[in-house]
Write a protein that binds this ligand. Structure first.
Ligand code: GLA
Length: 656
């Protein structure tokens, strides 16, 4: 396990650089990320470059045995560039240039911006191409799929829509523009969603496409920078740091041509009042690992109280700083880089805390960081191990965006469904991957696809084939609702999944904040919320029924036994293959119950009695198998695992 820090030499007096680097090296830091916002110092005026200061800083780190991740500074074009070419500033939906002086003030599609971006990235690559200490490149910073409304974007988006649909008639048909007399007669009439609009009033097919276009812009911009770097350094190792923002990029496309995923990991420092709340960051970590189905990095890791974008949050409780970093490793983050070495004394982020406070006197958190570095050294023995999972949860970018455009019922949140499903399996101590709905289902035994709302025949076919091969599938309400154009499919829900589930939905009830009681055949009851599909079985076994409201007695959860279909499969004895359909969203217990049944159906081993909020993962490879147990609470936890008594201090993570 490797530990690094994010460092901004341009923010500090030079005399601090050597002192900081020395302390880093003594502590066990072996990597720094530099320069991702430093364009105005790297190119102080048009075509005049100054890398001397960065060389000096890099030399200091190198002489302390510290490697470098170099950020391309394109997030923050300097003032001279903004003044010379105001057209590079992104345009808001109010047709006004968006506020500058913060960051991210550049239009990714502006040809002028592209040429300046290409030049600074090329210069940096040429300057550092032979420096062996520069081990990786970070493109830009936290690229977000925000729409820009400038003419360069508008015309690019129109061209792209033309490419996608061919004719305006085909686009009209796909969008259903006949509704409310919205038909276009030419592509030139297509405009982005201007104004202070209420998204829900706009055409859903058109809106989903504009989200896709914004995400494509991000991927294309990142690929463009990667190709510039690679044209100079063919074997450069390249990433970009991502996170969960409102305008999320399409993670799967974004990282497709990059070498590895890196994630900015800021778990909460406030523990939930209700122990049933899911607050673990494990779900995000497993999603990040699932993007490329390989180990990843943390490019920014929580180091103290977060603030400045919001009032300051609680500081990291004792054990948290170290524990959260080790938790990330336990989920596949081989490198964890802390944001940041020292809390900024100037600028907007002066209240987002680093490892060392404003005083520059290392305190409690730093002492914990020193312990983390020691542990990381010890954990170098796990190099080459990775997580292998039998269980996968599908994540659909299209569904996520479509739900954001048209909220389904009060309280419903797509990510919560992903978390609940993930947590249900993770709570039994099994590794869980969260993967793209388009990923290869190859080696998994169980696939959960909560609320697969926007879908198509291809995904349905692949899930069908997966079940035919003996895999267990879990589907829920709001699956199969929309086609890829974000239009409703004219068939009984779950439409393209009805064959697979062996049931159909006769009617549904979006109950929002109300609740219903759902009783299983074994007498267990759970609380359903937000949504109730009233189901009719077409052969599936009924596992649970509603016991309240006008649909009392109707099926709420079903399980369909899949018989082998291919001749080859029929000749071999097949493992059980089941498809679950959960018609109501509900409390945690509902998902845990189904997860347990699915694990039993699939013959997978699991830990039935792991204490709540104790997490366990398994990394294997390089001739070893190691288990990691993590206590994600502020209290000591004791339990027995395979006859071994384990005690974990608050937030402690142990390798077994
Ligand atoms: C993000 C950014 C950083 C910094 C932190 C803290 O993760 O990438 O530059 O702004 O948030 O706010």
């Amino acid at each position: 396990m490797r530990i690094g820090v994010d460092y901004y030499p341009e923010h500090w007096d030079k005399e601090l650089w050597a002192k900081d680097a020395k302390l880093m090296a003594e502590t066990g830091v072996s990597l720094v990320r530099l320069a991702e916002f430093a364009w105005c110092r790297l190119e102080p005026s048009d075509n005049c470059f100054d890398f001397a200061w960065l060389d000096e800083a890099i030399d200091i780190f190198m002489s302390n045995g510290i490697d470098i991740v170099l950020g391309t500074p394109t997030n923050c074009p300097p003032r001279w560039l903004q003044e010379k070419h105001p057209e590079i500033i992104p345009m808001g939906s109010d047709s006004r240039p968006q506020a500058t002086g913060i960051r991210g003030h550049r239009c990714l599609n502006s040809p002028v911006f592209r040429s300046y971006a290409e030049r600074i990235v090329r210069k940096l690559a040429e300057h550092y191409k032979d420096n062996k200490s520069v081990i990786a490149w970070q493109i830009d910073n936290e690229l977000e799929a925000k729409l820009c409304f400038c003419e360069a974007c508008n015309s690019k988006h129109r061209d792209r829509l033309k490419e996608m649909y061919g004719t305006i008639e085909a686009l009209n048909e796909a969008y259903g523009t006949i509704v409310w007399s919205n038909e276009y007669s030419s592509f030139d009439q297509i405009k982005p969603p201007y104004g202070d609009y209420n998204k829900a009033w706009l055409n859903p097919a058109y809106m989903l496409d504009f989200r896709r276009l914004a995400a494509e812009d991000v991927t294309e911009f990142s690929d463009f920078q990667a190709s510039v770097i690679r044209s100079v350094i063919p074997n450069a190792t390249i990433t970009t740091n991502t996170w969960f923002c409102e305008d999320i990029p399409d993670f799967y496309k974004l990282f497709n041509k990059l070498d590895f995923v890196s994630y900015d990991n800021y778990p909460t420092t406030s523990l939930p009042q209700n122990p049933d709340d899911i607050y673990t960051h494990a779900v995000h970590l497993d999603l990040m690992r699932g993007i490329k189905q390989q180990n990843f990095w943390i490019m920014e890791q929580l180091s103290g109280s977060m603030g400045c974008w919001m009032p300051m949050q609680k500081t990291t409780r004792p054990g948290m700083l170290k524990g959260y970093a080790l938790q990330a490793f336990a989920h596949g983050a081989d490198t964890v880089i802390h944001f940041r070495w020292r809390t900024a004394t100037k600028g907007a982020e002066m209240h987002w805390h680093g490892l060392i406070d404003h005083s520059n006197v290392p305190g409690r958190r730093f002492i914990e960081f020193v312990e983390l570095c020691k542990k990381a050294k010890e954990w170098e023995k796990y190099a080459g191990t990775e997580l292998r999972s039998d269980v996968a949860v599908l994540y659909s970018i299209d569904s996520r965006n479509a739900f954001a455009l048209q909220p389904q019922t009060d309280g419903f949140d797509y990510m919560e469904q992903i978390k609940l499903m993930h947590q249900a399996f993770a709570g039994y101590g099994v590794n869980v991957d969260i993967i793209d709905e388009h990923a290869d289902f190859g080696s998994y035994k169980i696939i959960c696809a909560p609320a697969l709302y926007v879908t198509d025949d291809d995904t349905a076919k692949r899930l069908h084939e997966f079940a035919d091969r003996g895999g267990t599938v879990i589907l829920t309400a709001r699956s199969g609702v929309k086609d890829r154009n974000n239009n409703c499919i004219m068939a009984h829900l779950p439409t393209v999944y009805a064959d697979l589930t062996g049931c159909h939905v006769t009617e549904y009830d979006p109950i929002g904040y109300d609740t219903v009681e759902v009783r299983f055949e074994d007498g267990d009851t759970v609380t359903g919320k937000q949504w109730c599909d009233i189901i009719e079985s077409d052969g599936a076994e009924v596992l649970a029924r509603y016991v309240s409201d006008f649909y009392s007695g109707m099926p709420a959860v079903t399980r369909n036994r899949i018989k082998p279909v291919s001749v080859e499969a029929a000749e071999k004895p097949q493992p059980s293959s089941y498809v679950y359909y959960i018609g109501a969203f509900g409390e945690r217990k509902l998902y845990e119950k189904i997860a347990r049944m699915a694990l039993e159906d699939s013959g997978l081993s699991f830990i039935p009695d792991l204490p709540r909020s104790v997490e366990i993962t398994t990394r294997s490879g390089n001739g070893m198998t190691a288990h990691f147990v993590f206590n994600n609470t502020g209290e000591e936890k004791s339990f027995t695992l395979s006859g071994q008594k384990i005690t974990l201090a608050p937030f402690e993570c142990k390798g077994l």
